[in-house]
Write a protein that binds this ligand. Structure first.
Ligand SMILES: [Zn+2]
Length: 187
């Protein structure tokens, strides 16, 4: 489990995260992934553990890498903190894995993943730009987020291990629904 201090750091870095909810806000990134609207008052994503710390402590997934050569990663425990969009009424169905590793505790990667079909995101973003939909659906390294040089190997870990675990993905969806219900309740 990460500390409250670390959460504050993540929140402070939050403006680097791309808004996911273009259709409602008419807010689109330009070709460099930079937000065209310079006034970004709210950055959109929040740790599941910020709202449900006890559940996050029990249910946040980690992967222990002991034969790092196999994944191209240093040995250690890689923790996949879930972040979701906190916009009221937004049903974007994506998770952001904020990946840290122990014993180093650096930000190793931020991986986005949408578990629905490509068609779902085409409709949601009202866009059939194949590259953009591929990036939205992921799994992909999130543009604009801090990424270490281990990030590409962590992305492979997400693709080959994490999201192939059906029970785990059901857990992520449950967390998403809890988080969204809490957002709607408080707004
Ligand atoms: Zn959203």
């Amino acid at each position: 489990m990460i500390s409250a201090g670390m959460i504050r750091v993540i929140v402070a870095a939050g403006k680097k995260y791309k808004k996911c909810c273009f259709p409602k806000e008419e807010r689109r990134p330009d070709k460099d992934g930079v937000d065209e609207d310079p006034i970004v008052d709210d950055w959109g994503y929040e740790l599941f553990g910020a709202r449900f710390p006890e559940i996050a402590e029990k249910e946040t997934r980690s992967i222990t890498v002991m034969d790092g050569g196999r994944f191209g990663l240093p040995d250690g425990i890689y923790v996949f903190h879930e972040m979701f969009c906190r916009e009221h009424g937004c049903d974007c169905r994506r998770v952001f894995f904020y990946v840290t590793s122990a014993p180093r505790h650096n930000v190793d990667a931020v991986v986005c993943y949408g578990w629905e079909s490509a068609d779902f995101y085409k409709k949601w973003y009202k866009d059939d730009d194949a590259d953009m939909i591929t990036e939205m659906k992921g799994p992909a390294l999130n543009l604009g987020s801090p990424q270490s040089n281990h990030a590409p190997a962590i992305l492979e870990l997400v693709k080959n291990v994490l999201i192939k675990d059906k029970d785990y993905m059901e857990r992520v969806k449950r967390h998403y629904n809890m988080f969204k219900a809490d957002v709607d309740k408080r707004s």
